[in-house]
Each structure stands twice: as C-alpha cells, then as structure tokens.
Write a protein that binds this ligand. Structure first.
Ligand SMILES: *Cc1c(COP(=O)(O)O)cnc(C)c1O
Length: 414
C-alpha cells in the first residue's frame, strides 16, 4: 500500500531522504509560493545545525534558560507497584514552561533570528506550544503572533494570559471547528502572505519538509541525554521506550537517538478518548489511513471521502487528527508499536504516578502512564523501560478538579 520495502531498512541518517520522505511519508504538499521559503529554510537548517556558534548559543539556552539536562529518575515505587521491569522517567516536566515544547521553540526561534526574520508566528491547540513560542520570542526579542482556535482560547484561558503577558499577540481563529487544525490552516495562510519577514514556528514533528526533520533534531536532545544517563543505572540500553503521541515530537525526540539500536523497542501511546469503537478519540495511527494534511503525506483520521474527522481527547495536547510522517513510517516498517490509552486509562495513569512517586504528570503524559501496566506485562524483571514524562500537570489541575472527585468521603484520600 505504501511502497515500503521491508528489506532495505534505512539508517537514521537517511531519514528523511533528500526529498523529505520517511519511506512513503512526509514530503512537501504546499502552494507554490511556499516552495522557495521551505527550500531556503531547509538550507539554513542544514547550515546552522553544524555551525559551532549556533550550537553553542542553543546549548547555552537549553542549559541556563530551559534547565537542561533534565534528570532521568528511577521510579522505584512505580516499579514495585507494577511488579515488572525497572521504570525510569525522563523528566521533561522539569523543563522551563513545564513541558518539552521549549526544546524546539528555542531552536526554531534562534534560527529565525539568524535568518533575520523579526516576526514569528505559531499555531497552538492547548496553548502549550504558543506559550513555548512566546517564551522563546521574549528571550530573543522577536515579535510573536499565535493563532489559536476560538474554542481553545475559551478552554485554555490561562495559557492565553501567559502568552499575552510575554508580549505575544493571540489571534482567535473562528473558522471550521475553531480548534488546532483550523489554527494551523490560518498560520499557513499568514505565512504564504508574509513569508519575507516571517518565520513559522511549528510545534510538533508535522507539516511540510523540513519541519518534521528539524523538530526531530531539536527534540532529540531528550533521547541523547537518556543514552548517557541510563549508564548511571545499568550497562546496556533500555529495553523499551514509551511516550505519548499527539503530533509525535516528544516521542520522536526520545526514540530517534535509539533508532539504529534495533533491540530497543518503541511504544507510542495515542489518545483513545472514549474508546476506539466510540469514534470519539484521536488515535490516528491506530485507526487512520494515509492522506495529506498540513503539507505532509501521513496517517489521518478521515472519512471515506477523505474529509478530516472530528477528534476527541481528555487532553487538548493530543487532540489532533494527523501525526508526524516519521511515526507513519515507523508504524508501517514495524520499528515502533502504537497503542491507545482511553481518557479513563489516562486518569488512572495520572493517579498512579501521583500516588507512587509524588509526581503530577500532564494529561498528555498520563496516557503513556495509563498504558504502562499493559506494556510492561510481557517484560522480565531484569529489563528496563524509559517513559517520557513530557510535561507536568499543573496546567490540567483546573480541569481535573472537575473530573476526579478526591473527597474526604473516600477513605483512601483522607
Ligand atoms: C504538546 C504536548 C504533547 C503532545 O505533543 P507531541 O508533539 O506529540 O509531543 C505531549 N505532552 C505535553 C506535555 C505537551 O505539552
């Protein structure tokens, strides 16, 4: 179906290929006016990723501004509770702004600055990427405008305030379902019009080439750190890596540095919403089919006519009807396994980590935690698994107080 040849498995350095494809997926499905700017962006990224001054500056910000390296924690109580392999948590929740997004926004905004672009635009769903972009722009003295669905602006009012307090302009999007997919459409329209002065900062490993590759490279700092940090605990690689998948940037950031280590298993956890059979979910890789959205050929949630389906998840950050093309390739080639955790399982994951380790994960990361008991079941006690704790749960506490009723009437919680 996809033309992928199982017998010629490429190495990470050949992903994507020169045309921006991961196997059959990726590419550049954009209006003509965006071809030249995308080619220019690709050339600039190729140059600056090897440029010593650029790398030093970015590493300086990652260290002193974002707080890297983030720790790798051995979750001893969680390990005991699950009764299986050793579980390690990669603490992206400790990044400045509370999630991994800032690894990418610092990289892209620094690139914008090098390209002499004074204006940065971004799209945001839950507001986390918007906050990450506004933060990097404030640091680097760039003007920042963020497209956000009007519906999402109401649901995530706190993040709208955070962006505005850092000097960003938040532009409500009232078209379509007034959510993330419509915000991306508007941001692309803006970019087509203002491409001379404007840098488009995309928040995940999605969009046209070179974005999926560029964002992977900026987020790969997660997996590179894990490779070194695991040495403090054991001699070999971890046996499995687990991460939640919205667009797929925290997952690819953890997975990619281990891509060529074939014995390390990858598990991506999508948002199963109210269950895959309910139709109310965002499990693109588990249930979708290939198609084109937002400039790339990838898995999509679509109807028989190719129309993009509405999505649902308890976590706004996973509520997206497509997925990064590299994940589509990992799925077809069997390099990674994709599963779904329902809203209920995510809530159980949230509680599990709170109770065992005293850590409140973001609802997105809670999906990875929710599927962990199932994923470790076939594993041996001598094995190990690293889970990406992509963000902290503070942003979700308001929503959670309305859902999880932890009252004094429940004797377990007194
Ligand atoms: C945005 C977000 C995600 C989902 O994005 P990916 O690109 O799939 O990583 C996951 N976790 C947190 C905490 C987020 O803010």
């Amino acid at each position: 179906m996809t033309g992928f040849d199982r017998h010629s498995v490429p190495l990470l350095r050949d992903l994507p290929d020169v045309r921006g494809y991961f196997g059959a997926y990726g590419g550049r499905f954009v209006p003509e006016t965006l071809m030249a700017p995308l080619v220019e962006l690709e050339a600039a990224f190729r140059k600056f990723r090897r440029d010593l001054t650029f790398r030093r500056e970015l590493n300086g910000f990652l260290k002193n501004f974002a707080g890297r390296p983030t720790p790798l924690l051995f979750a001893e109580n969680l390990t005991k509770r699950l009764g299986g392999p050793r579980v390690y948590l990669k603490r992206e929740d400790l990044c400045h702004t509370g999630a991994h997004k800032v690894n990418n926004t610092l990289g892209q905004c620094l690139l914008a600055k090098r390209l002499g672009k004074k204006r940065v635009i971004a799209e945001t769903g839950a507001g986390q990427h918007g906050v990450g972009t506004a933060t990097a722009c404030a640091l680097l003295s760039l003007s920042c405008e963020v497209y956000m669905g009007a519906e999402d602006m109401e649901r995530q009012a706190l993040n709208v305030f955070r962006m505005r307090s850092m000097g960003a302009k938040v532009i409500p999007v009232t078209s379509g379902s007034r959510t993330l997919k419509d915000a991306i459409n508007e941001a692309m329209r803006d970019w087509v019009t203002n491409v001379q002065t404007t840098f488009y900062c995309i928040g995940s490993v999605v969009g046209p080439h070179p974005y999926p590759w560029m964002v992977r490279e900026f987020q790969s700092v997660i997996g590179r750190e894990v490779k070194h940090q695991i040495r403090d605990y054991q001699t070999g690689d971890p046996d499995a890596l687990v991460a939640c998948v919205g667009g797929g940037s925290n997952a690819i950031g953890l997975f990619a540095p281990f891509y060529d280590h074939k014995r390390v298993k990858f598990f991506g956890v999508e948002a199963g919403g109210e269950g895959l059979r309910s139709g109310r979910h965002s499990a693109t890789l588990c249930t979708g089919r290939p198609g084109v959205l937002h400039g790339a050929y990838t898995y999509l949630m679509q109807d028989d006519n190719g129309q993009v389906l509405g999505t649902h998840s308890i976590s706004a950050g996973l509520d997206y009807p497509a997925v990064g093309p590299e994940h589509a390739f990992y799925k077809d080639s069997g390099r990674a396994t994709y599963v779904a955790a329902t809203d209920k399982e995510a809530l159980a994951g949230f509680k599990l980590l709170n109770e065992t380790e005293g850590l409140s994960a973001a609802l997105e990361s809670s999906h990875a935690l929710g599927s962990l008991p199932r994923l470790v079941r076939p594993m041996k006690n001598s094995q190990s698994v690293v889970l990406c704790l992509s963000g902290r749960g503070d942003k979700d506490m308001g929503q959670l107080t309305g859902i999880l009723h932890l009252g004094s009437s429940d004797p377990k919680n007194t």
